[in-house]
Structures are given as structure tokens and as C-alpha cells.
Write a protein that binds this ligand. Sequence first.
Ligand SMILES: *Cc1c(COP(=O)(O)O)cnc(C)c1O
Length: 367
Amino acid sequence: MKVPFVDLLRQHRALAKSFQKQLAYTIANNHFILGKPVEAFEQAFARHVGVGFAVGVASGTEALHLSLRAAGVGEGDEVLIPSMTFAATALAVLYAGATPVTVDVQSENALIDLQDAGKAISPRTKAIIPVHLYGQSCDMDQIMAFATKHHLKVIEDACQSHGSLWGKKATGTYGIAGCYSFYPSKNLGALGDGGMIVTNDAALHQKLLMLRNYGQPQKYRHETLGFNSRLDGLQASFLSLKLRHLKRWNRLRQKHAARYRQKLKGLPIQLFAQEKQLDGHIYHLLVIRAQQREKLQTYLSSQGIETNIHYPIPIHAQGFMKEANAPQRPCPVADGLSKEILSLPMFPELTPKEIDYVCQALHAYFK
Ligand SMILES: *Cc1c(COP(=O)(O)O)cnc(C)c1O
């Protein structure tokens, strides 16, 4: 049996006819750049997460970059980020002209460790980017309290947490801005690149509209250094179709995670983070921790099971950080995790049979 890590085709086959209709509609109406489909999706997405405003942008990376700029974070400022995250969290800080300062993570969930964040604070620290890694919600009560105490702006990296909640509110709605990615394999994915910024701040919203569109408040008047960083009309129309399924897809991921957890009981591996509340984890990734990870990955591969590592090199050890002369804070927990984590197949259309096959392989390996 072959178990893919992600199989987008299973999801897209069912939607292909509606996608084609949207394509024909887009061509017939010239809805390529911004316009109605983008506005409609922005409104639907804002409603979905429960915020006042949403701004469609070119990618999750650009969502972070433009949010930092709109929040006035730039040259001379330091931004706290967890060392265990996708590189884009740090790259966006550098694009904004600021310095990413890596903070270690908690060993039980790989989320930013506020105790270490406290040690990383300097007079230049201006913002913090909590990352809701793997689909798990960060403790936003603690993060907001920390940010208030140290006068930091909070920009949430919700690129892996479309629809996860902390308390009664969605992740991405606690900070001044929440940033989403619609990279195809995310919980909500486009048929290409795409991103979104959500906010309740009307002034920030206005700035973001300018920043994503060459700095124009109106055509050919360029008030500020802006970018060409818009969400495509076609992608917006695809995303509107897919948004209707997001809740159901997240439920399926949670169901799969519960099955994995039950079937993996008793093995010397640790499953990352239990849900502390309903929708506290929407399982963008299903990550386990095991000794001799490489050996395990090779064995699973020999059994036809595709796995991945998120992420093998923590941010503080990446070449671009050295190149940028960003402070290299030691992050021993992130270092340790990077050698033990392994992501198992996880996507809504995964079947119970496939999960059972993966779990049987893991049992066989540890026998
Ligand atoms: C995917 C991702 C991004 C970047 O999103 P893109 O749309 O690929 O630019 C940023 N941060 C995290 C945590 C991500 O998973």
C-alpha cells in the first residue's frame, strides 16, 4: 500500500467542475486583478474568522511582510519569532527591514516559549510574531499579557491555523493583524499562491490596501512605498468555493488525529499536543517525536509511507540569518526537536484504512 503525505487531487477532483465554471466566469468578466471576487472572498473570510476587515495578498509571506510595515515595524526594530517555524516568518521580518530575534520553543508543543522570549527582550524589541504551528493555537492570553507588559505589537502567523480557536476567538484575531497563507497544501489552499491579512483596526486596513497595490490610495497616486502583492481574482474565486468546506475538512483532520492517537498508544513516540479545547488544534500537520528519526523515516518509506520534517533546521541555524547578521540566540529545545520530529500523512481525504496501515507499520517497526 502507498500512503501519500498529502493528496490534493482527492479534494480537487470533487470540485473540478465548479473551478472550471469560475474560470469561465472570470474570463468572461475580466476579473483578474482585485475587483469583485477578491472583495467577496475577503468578506467571507472576515466573517469566517470573526473580524472587521480582511485584505487579500499574494502569499502568507507577503501577509506577514505587509502587516509588519503597516504596523510601523522596520529599520532598527527587533521582532521576536519562534525558532521552530517555516522560514517565511523570519524572511518577512527581514523584508520589512527589521531584525528577527529567535526565541526557543516549548518541548511539549514546539510553540514559542515566553520565558525565553522574556530573556530575548531588548530596548529595540518592537513586535512579537507567535506562530500557531502545526495548527495548534498558541496561548493567546499569555502572549497578549506578555506583549502588553513589554509594549510589543502582536502579529499572528496563522498560516497553519485556518479555523483554530483560542477560547472563543479564532487564532489570527488577537493581535493587530493575523496572517494566513493559501499555499495549496494549507488547510485552506488556493490553486497557486495566495494570502490574507485580517484585522479589526480600520487605519491598519487602509494602510494594507495601499501597501498591497503599489502604495496607491487611488489610481496613479502613490503615497507610500507600496508593492505589487495582491491576491488574484481567480484564486479568490476558487478560495470562496473551498471556504465552504473548511470546517468539515478540519473536523476530518481532527478525527484522523484521534484515530492516530488511539492506534499509536503504547509506542515510544510522542504525539504533539492534545487539543486543550474544541478546535484548539486543526491538525495542519500530524507530528510525532521519536528517537532515531532518520531510521524510522527510512523504514516508513520502505513501506510506501510518505513522511516529512517540519522543520529539520531551526531558524537560528539557517544561512540567511547569518547572512543578515541577525543575533544567533541559542535555542536548544528547537535544536533537539528538529532531530526528533516527523510528520505523518495528514489531509482530510485520508482514509481510516490508510491511517491503520501507517500505525501498523509503526507497531511493526518498534517490535
Ligand atoms: C506557509 C507558511 C508561511 C508562508 O506562506 P506562503 O503563502 O507560502 O508565503 C509562513 N509561515 C508559516 C508558519 C507557514 O506555514
